[in-house]
Design a protein around this ligand. Structure first.
Ligand code: SF4
Ligand code: SF4
Length: 477
């Protein structure tokens, strides 16, 4: 008598797409079209656990050749969709993180911002006159620390953040000049990225940024009525007029890389399609990404539970448009959907929610090392500084806590390798503990991923060339 077989429910998820059934293999984030035999094996084992291969063969041998049934079962055991009782491979190596493939440094070049957006989350945000600027020596030490701590990366990325980074433009120029020379000596490429409120852009600055191929995102919340609700000057005036005119100026002369808009969704703002339409069709941004705020420091601005549900439902409506356009071989620049499709296509499997603390660190104006840009100035202890280097011991211990999903809700969650417990800062803002997963909209997230599976499967079936044209080339960067 052979071993008793059981389904490993936590590793499989079935999704209906049109008339097809797709199997999402959770450990590898891969998608397979379910063939009739595998579907029946799953059904049989689901309705009656603990069956042997022989029993299953007896049930199905009138419909399928015996060899085919055995092969399918072997494959399912290899994929750990079915277990014969042998221990499953641990999904995530629970060993201490000691290697940090650091390739991205976020420099907080000025804690000051020339605007005063009502919802702003920044822990260390100051009024323009009180902004603490990073000095060049700290920035130079940051670059040297990056090279010393992590000399073997294929490419490096320096991100300029604030406050408003353009309010310390002189430093940015110095850092770019220094980095270009330093990384050229090492024969390594270096990229520059910046998120800006756009208000301080001039034609000269734009041309300089273009020359250095900056990846630029503009923080803009949508049409005037929406944008001016929160994105205001220190004096309380809306900034739509200046931001939209600067954005148009940028978009008309910037050609080195696509320019994206980053939209912050707060209390009362859920009109995803209207915002996308304005930013993509009317202003001409290449990409529009939405960041729903549910755990901001100023709880008044958080989206309510109903509003978060509305945001996801509106994201799906725009996702339908993304799909229709993709079938016509057009990309409508809906970043959230595009990223999900990319993750599914590449089979991205994340042990941790993001690169913070592993591939990326943020340097505050004094040179302290933080998990990411959202932690600079927070009460969470820093993880070393640019003068003395990374505190790998503490960083490793922090990451270990998040890697270990035992006894968390994430342990058997079907999107555990795409979500990985969510943003550390969201956890920190909610529970003052960045290691605790945030469970407040898991159902909506799972539904969003199911929707992504549906969209991805339809694109693959009906216009796979879209993936070749718009998804695969991104890997080159
Ligand atoms: S936070 Fe929620 S959605 Fe994310 S992996 Fe954990 S249980 Fe799943
Ligand atoms: S911790 Fe949160 S805010 Fe920071 S990089 Fe990760 S996902 Fe982004």
């Amino acid at each position: 008598m052979g071993a008793q077989l059981n389904l490993v429910e936590q590793n499989l998820h079935l999704v209906e797409v049109s008339s097809r059934r797709m199997l999402f293999h959770i450990p590898s984030s891969s998608l397979f079209e379910l063939d009739g035999l595998t579907a029946q094996l799953i059904e049989l084992l689901r309705s009656r656990p603990q069956q042997t291969a022989e029993q299953l063969i007896v049930e199905l041998q009138e419909q399928f050749p015996v060899e085919q049934i055995s092969d399918s079962l072997r494959e399912m055991v290899a994929l750990e969709l079915v277990t014969d009782g042998s221990p499953l491979t641990p999904e995530i190596a629970l060993k201490k993180v000691t290697e940090f493939p650091l390739n991205t440094l976020v420099l907080n070049v000025n804690t000051g911002c020339n605007l005063s957006c009502s919802y702003c989350y920044k822990e260390d945000l100051d009024k323009p006159s009180e902004g603490k600027k990073m000095v060049f020596d700290t920035a130079r030490q940051s670059i040297e620390m990056l090279i010393k701590e992590s000399p073997n990366e294929a490419r490096y990325n320096i991100v300029f953040f604030g406050g408003e980074p353009l309010s310390n433009f002189g430093l940015i120029e110095q850092v770019v000049e220094y980095s270009e020379q330093r990384f050229a000596e090492l024969n390594k490429p270096v990229d520059f990225t910046m998120t800006t409120n756009a208000t301080l852009l001039t034609e000269e600055k734009i041309d300089w940024l273009n020359q250095h191929r900056f990846g630029i995102s503009i923080s803009m919340d949508g049409p005037k009525a929406i944008h001016d609700k929160n994105r205001i000057t220190v004096g309380g005036q809306g900034t739509y007029d200046v931001v939209s005119s600067k954005a148009k100026m940028l978009l008309s002369r910037y050609n080195s890389r696509p320019v994206g808009a980053r939209v912050t969704l707060t209390k009362g703002i859920t009109d995803i399609r209207g915002i996308w339409d304005h930013l993509f069709n009317e202003l001409g941004f290449a990409e529009v990404g939405f960041a729903p705020v549910t755990s901001g420091d100023i709880s008044y601005y958080n989206l309510s539970d109903e509003e978060v549900a509305e945001v996801f439902s509106n994201m799906k409506l725009l996702g339908e448009e993304y799909l229709q356009a993709a079938l016509e071989h057009r990309n409508i620049g809906f970043s959230n959907m595009h990223q999900l499709i990319t993750d599914l296509h590449e089979g991205n499997k994340k042990a941790l929610p993001c690169g913070a603390g592993v591939a990326m660190l943020a340097v505050d104006h004094e040179g302290g090392l933080n998990l990411c840009h959202r932690f600079t100035g927070s009460d969470l202890n820093t993880f070393g500084d640019v003068q003395t280097g990374m505190d790998k011991e503490r960083l490793g211990a922090f990451l270990d806590q998040r890697l270990d999903r035992t006894n968390t809700g994430c342990d058997s969650c079907r999107i555990r390798n795409l979500c990985s417990g969510g943003c550390y800062h969201e956890s920190y803002a909610r529970y003052e503990d960045p290691t605790q997963p945030t469970y407040h909209y898991c159902d909506l997230l799972r539904d969003w991923v199911d929707f992504g599976i549906e969209v991805y499967s339809r694109i693959m079936a009906e216009n796979p060339a879209f993936i070749d044209s718009y998804i695969s080339p991104r890997r080159a960067h």
